[in-house]
Design a protein around this ligand. Structure first.
Ligand SMILES: [Zn+2]
Ligand SMILES: [Zn+2]
Length: 303
């Protein structure tokens, strides 16, 4: 159905490690054959972060420019913008502000954020807390002078994997938060990231061409393509609707080669950078990972 789309180039990359140095992550991504990349700007499992000195930041920025690699950052796993605990919320606002400033210094235009999870109250109040956490973080960052920067980092809200109290399982949840943040005057700071494993775990079918069409129709009718700036291209270790977030390389899990082939041929998906988030290991090197996704993208759909 979308064979003429094969001629358009996909932009495929991976999450890469910053261990060693920020600049080294760029050469690592290049050695894998990445056309875009994602990093953590600090350890995602600790609150603290060593500040980034200007030389490190400019070496990273220059390396990205020289490699022509669009770069994305993924936020801390500890932040929980949906929490009803005031201490957790304050820590999440502080953490998000810090990460937005780190992105600013590193010239990274996008920061992926999980919406978090509420406690025993309604999804609605939890999602309102996400809105106020984000708007407070933006307000603090905008008040913070960073030399020669224009505070243009956009937070990309990522859909969640379907946990009972998690916010952002359904596309409607993400769209509502985006609308409320835009209404608060921060429309240029908010967007979305679509994670295929999370969507599948949350109950969106993606195994066949028909599945992919109906899930993508829902996605793009609920969240405007204008807001969708990144796809996390991950296969799922568990069945559709499992609520379990375990990533596998594209084609190696329940979504499978057919599902990813249909995704990579979808005209709107093809326009968006695609990042694989699986551990690079002896079983699958970075080169093998990127090559295998490119092969799925090149293969014709069977129908
Ligand atoms: Zn994520
Ligand atoms: Zn993801």
């Amino acid at each position: 159905m979308y064979q003429n789309m094969n001629e358009r180039e996909l932009c495929i990359g991976a999450h890469v490690s910053i261990s060693g140095s920020f600049a080294r992550s760029v050469s690592l991504a290049q050695s894998y054959g990445c056309e875009c990349m994602q990093i953590f700007t600090k350890s995602p499992r600790t609150w603290d972060a060593k500040s980034i000195d200007p030389t490190t930041a400019s070496a990273f920025h220059e390396a990205c420019k020289a490699a022509s690699l669009p770069v994305f950052a993924h936020g801390s796993y500890l932040a929980n913008p949906a929490s009803s605990d005031p201490v957790q919320i304050e820590k999440s606002i502080a953490s998000l502000s810090t990460e937005l400033l780190r992105c600013e210094v590193l010239h990274i235009p996008y920061l992926v954020l999980h919406c978090g999870h509420g406690q025993d109250d309604t999804q609605r109040s939890a999602s309102f807390r996400v809105v106020s956490c984000l708007t407070e973080a933006y307000t603090r960052v905008l008040a913070h002078p960073v030399h020669d920067h224009n505070h243009s980092v956009m937070v990309l809200l990522e859909n969640s994997a379907g946990g009972k109290t998690s916010v952002g399982n359904m596309f409607e949840d993400i769209a509502e938060i985006i609308d409320n943040i835009s209404d608060s005057g921060f429309s240029r700071h908010i967007g979305a990231c679509f994670d295929t494993c999370h969507a599948y775990a949350a109950g969106y079918a993606l195994r066949t061409e028909d599945d992919v069409h109906s899930t993508c129709d829902a996605l793009f009718s609920i969240i405007s393509p204008h807001y969708l700036r990144l796809i996390h291209l991950n296969d799922a270790q568990y069945a559709c609707g499992s609520g379990r977030d375990r990533h596998l390389p594209p084609g190696k899990g329940h979504i499978g080669v057919l599902g990813f082939s249909a995704l990579l041929h979808h005209p709107l998906i093809r326009d968006i950078p695609l990042i694989c988030e699986v551990p690079i290991s002896d079983q699958m090197s970075g080169q093998e990972l990127i090559r295998s996704v490119k092969d799925i993208g090149k293969a014709m759909l069977e129908s």
